[in-house]
Design a protein around this ligand. Structure first.
Ligand code: HEM
Ligand SMILES: *[C@@H]1O[C@H](CO)[C@@H](O)[C@H](O)[C@H]1NC(C)=O
Ligand SMILES: *[C@@H]1O[C@H](CO)[C@@H](O)[C@H](O)[C@H]1NC(C)=O
Length: 339
């Protein structure tokens, strides 16, 4: 209540005015929330008609030069959305006044693909400056990444804004780890309004990409979850990942078709061959009756997996931070907030 220096005589008028302002304000902010769903397929249709073409072309180059890039981008999108919603927060670099998410322990030495997003952003800034958010770029790029390695197509709703903050502490709170129990992982998905079905289907992204030794050492030396690795596969994993050292050595999570987006990841779980303990638990945990059913279904039915994966990716991309949506911006450089 700043304007208290007005005379007594003026106060009734002022307070009516204030009430009106407050009423308008609360109605309009109510409407913003009620206006969800606010993402639309044709969001950039007039302001940047080439957006989908440009993202697609850059992703083609990136995935052609190294298929691992598809995995990097898909995972970046997941880690973006699970921390304050899909708002490009994962893309922010550390600065003097901002702690980014990249250095959080789960992300450090693990996330990659940032330069691909930079390249797409540069192209878009020259075609339609200040229009396309980094959060949208990442969402479309993840969809294209999946297609380029043989996965399904889905339409991507657009209109996200980029955050002006990052959530370094939220990384360890929100993002599941390979050592975590099944129920705890399920609850992290439920916290984001994602179901058990979404969780099992989205984990199918592990049909591409690599895991580092430090994330599967416990599984190949301990007895975290009943292992039925074949002798040769186990000794192969152990040579990649010694009991001590080699933390950043990598192996494919889907040894059958490491860079092909298909349902063979689920087939490895049926054989007890999941590299990550968390993945194997979906099939082998005593608490995983429903998840075991889903793993079995997707292992036998690639189309059912593709359909559910597409739907679940849209839901993942729909996780929003209403604060970013209202106060967010379109960053000019995905690594830094605008000044
Ligand atoms: C269900 C809980 C999940 C857990 C516990 C989990 C955990 C992990 C871990 C530990 C790695 C290896 C990282 C490293 O060693 O550096 C990894 C890689 C990966 N994850 Fe997940 N993840 C989960 C869900 C997801 C989801 C929902 C997606 C995307 C939709 C995803 C996409 C990926 C991809 C593509 C890779 C490979 C990245 C690369 O090649 O560098 N993951 N995940
Ligand atoms: C995602 O959001 C869009 C637009 O906001 C909405 O039309 C769609 O129904 C949502 N989809 C899911 C699966 O939540
Ligand atoms: C893994 O790391 C260890 C220790 O740094 C190294 O000796 C070994 O050659 C690496 N193995 C592979 C397959 O890269």
């Amino acid at each position: 209540m700043a304007p208290l220096s007005t005379t007594h005589h003026d106060q009734p008028k002022l307070s009516i005015l204030l009430h009106l302002v407050l009423l308008v304000f609360s109605v309009s902010s109510y409407c913003l929330c009620a206006a969800e769903p606010y993402l639309t397929l044709d969001y950039y249709k007039s302001a940047c008609p080439t957006v989908l073409e440009i993202v697609r072309k850059e992703m083609e180059c990136a995935v052609l030069s190294d298929p691992r890039n598809a995995a990097f981008i898909v995972r970046l999108h997941f880690h973006d959305c699970f921390v304050q919603g899909c708002d490009g927060s994962v893309l922010l670099d550390d600065t003097i006044d901002l702690q980014g998410e990249k250095e959080a322990s789960i992300n450090k030495n693990s996330l990659d693909g940032f330069r691909i997003i930079d390249r797409i952003k540069n192209k878009l800034e020259s075609d339609c400056p200040g229009i396309v958010s980094c959060a949208d770029i990442l969402t479309v790029a993840a969809r294209d990444a999946v297609i380029l390695v043989g996965g399904p197509y889905w339409d991507v709703p657009l209109g996200r804004k980029d955050s002006t903050t990052a959530g370094k502490e939220l990384v360890s709170t929100n993002i599941p780890t390979a050592e975590e129990g099944l129920l705890s992982i399920i609850s992290k998905f439920q916290y984001q309004d994602l179901s058990v079905t979404d969780m099992v289907a989205l984990s199918g992204a592990h049909t591409i990409g690599m895991a580092r030794c430090e994330n599967f050492r416990g599984r190949i030396y301990g007895n975290l979850e009943a292992t039925t690795f074949s002798e040769t596969y186990l000794s192969n994993l152990r040579s990649i990942c010694p009991a001590i050292g080699g933390d950043n050595n990598v192996t494919a999570m889907d040894y059958l078709t490491p860079y092909f987006f298909d349902n063979s990841f689920y087939q490895t779980l049926l054989k007890g061959g999941g590299v990550l303990n968390s993945d194997q638990e979906m099939y082998s945990s005593l608490f995983g009756i429903q998840t075991k059913e889903l793993v079995t279904k997707y292992a036998h039915d690639a189309i059912a997996f593709f359909e559910q994966f597409s739907d679940s990716m849209v839901k993942l991309g729909n996780i929003t931070n209403s604060d970013s949506f209202v106060n967010g911006e379109v960053r000019r450089n995905c690594r830094f907030v605008n000044t």
